[in-house]
Design a binder for this molecule. Structure first.
Ligand code: KET
Length: 449
């Protein structure tokens, strides 16, 4: 595989020690060489322990680090005093009124937890809340999953999706991908390469490029796959394409590492959005799965997620879990209690589960209707270009195709905030703000070609 901008990754020593532990999980990993598309401007500097001569601070020589390319958009947005400002940066759901949403079912679960006098605040085990882990595996792999029935799944509760990825480590990532992917894995002391995924010409999947790159990946490589609602592109393989990817990966012994941050957000159905994953479980092969409840249960700040490793046999799963504990214990000891308790309360109760699916569907539907409204608004303005990708792409984001200059223009002139790659969070949009955004896009594409 020969991606364009390959650079050697230098892991800080503490992370290197952790990754040595992680590597026990995947003993035959390919030679670790490089990371691509990582945000090289945000390199971690090692901390000095003594002040240089003439300086009063041990830390005086540290450079100012740049803001995060995604979370930094919110920082800039918060500083803008304009009353018409709109934040389409971070992938966080907002209501029609532009307000963050706490699901009713989540409030209900929290109330139940508070009212239960027998609840204590003890440490959880290193692996987290056992019931949460069981229910999380069931949610993503399906109640009838053979891997679960045969006890081949090791699940550990982690700090949301990011923490699950970080605990799982080793992988290859699609190009482009969520901006934090290369950093998470590079900092785990791993080498990251990219495979072709998106074709800007068609604003669709570069399926041929993807297959070519996976074909030439060394056997034993780990391949990161977005389970659904690919971020940032909103472009997912079809079921047929998934099947071809699966066959190729299994024939080449490439290990899938699924990132599932949007289950239920793509189609509105939890089961439909897990189809890609379940195809890989159904063939009996192994895989890693990082699951987040940030978006689909709106538990962003609670940091609740899970890493599941589907193993070839039940006894391997036991050993895998024991190794995961070695990774987790020095990293954060054990995960937080509250969020996992909310999730377990909802997933264990069929009535609350149903309530959740309805609220989730309502969020997904609102996003889909925003796509249609934005598309219609651009069409009615006669904005140059084919904007059909807005309604074809799925999930939380539209990868607009706007360039960084146009993005900067829209921030400057219209107080509209998005990431510099032209990604907009459709969940940040409302009927009220669609006209403003369409005016801005129209001006950007007509004035800056
Ligand atoms: N995977 C993907 C693909 C993803 O988009 C996110 C978050 C995560 C994992 C991790 O989320 P967590 O909160 O750790 O469960 N993405 C949005 C927020 C962020 O950048 O942190 C975003 O892309 O805006």
């Amino acid at each position: 595989m020969a991606p364009a901008n390959v650079r050697a990754a230098q892991a800080p020593s503490a992370d290197r020690r952790l990754s040595t532990l992680v590597r026990h999980l995947l003993p035959s990993s390919p030679r670790r060489t490089a990371a691509t598309a990582a945000d090289t401007s945000a390199t971690l500097e090692s901390f000095p322990t003594m002040a240089s001569q003439g300086s009063s601070s041990v830390f005086a020589a540290l450079a100012q680090a740049p803001e995060d390319p995604i979370l930094g958009v919110t920082v800039a947005y918060n500083k803008d005093p304009s009353p018409v400002k709109v934040n389409l940066g971070v992938g966080a759901y907002r209501t029609e009124e532009g307000k963050p949403l706490v699901l009713k079912v989540v409030r209900r679960a929290e109330q139940m937890l508070i009212n239960n006098p027998s609840r204590v605040k003890e440490y959880l085990p290193i692996t987290g809340l056992a019931e949460f882990n069981k229910l999380s595996a069931k949610l993503i792999f399906g109640a009838d999953s053979p891997a679960i029935q045969e006890n081949r799944v090791a699940t550990v509760q982690c700090l949301s999706g990011t923490g699950s990825l970080r605990v799982g480590a080793h992988y290859l990532h699609p190009q482009p991908t969520w901006g934090n992917h290369p950093k998470v894995f590079t900092l785990s002391g791993l080498t990251v390469r990219s495979y072709r995924y998106y074709d800007p010409a068609t604003r669709g999947l570069d399926f041929k490029g993807l297959l070519e790159d996976l074909s030439s990946a060394p056997s034993g490589s780990i391949v990161l796959l977005h389970a659904c609602a690919h971020n940032p592109t909103g472009v997912d393989p079809t079921i047929d394409q998934w099947e071809q990817i699966r066959q190729l990966m299994r024939s080449k012994s490439l290990l899938p590492f699924f990132d599932s941050a949007y289950q239920g957000f793509a189609s509105g159905s939890l089961d439909k959005d897990a189809r890609s994953v379940r195809m890989f479980v159904a063939d009996g092969g192994e895989l890693l799965m990082a699951q987040s409840y940030a978006k689909n249960m709106g538990l962003y700040g609670e940091r609740v997620g899970a890493l599941s490793i589907v193993c070839g046999s039940a006894d391997v799963a036991v050993r895998v879990e024991s190794q995961l504990k070695l990774v987790i214990r020095p990293m954060y000891s054990n995960p937080p209690l509250h969020g996992a308790s909310i999730v377990a309360t909802i997933l264990r109760d069929s009535e609350m589960f149903n309530e959740w699916t309805l609220e989730l569907k309502a969020m997904a539907d609102r996003i889909i209707s925003m796509r249609q409204q934005l598309f219609d608004a651009l069409k009615s303005r006669g904005t140059p270009g084919d904007w059909s990708h807005i309604i074809k792409q799925i999930g939380m984001f539209t990868f607009t195709g706007l360039n960084s200059e146009q993005v900067a223009f829209m921030r400057q002139e219209y107080h509209i905030y998005m990431t510099s790659d032209g990604r907009i969070s459709m969940a940040g949009l409302s009927t009220r703000t669609v006209p403003h955004l369409s005016d801005a896009i129209h001006a950007a594409v007509t004035q800056l070609k």
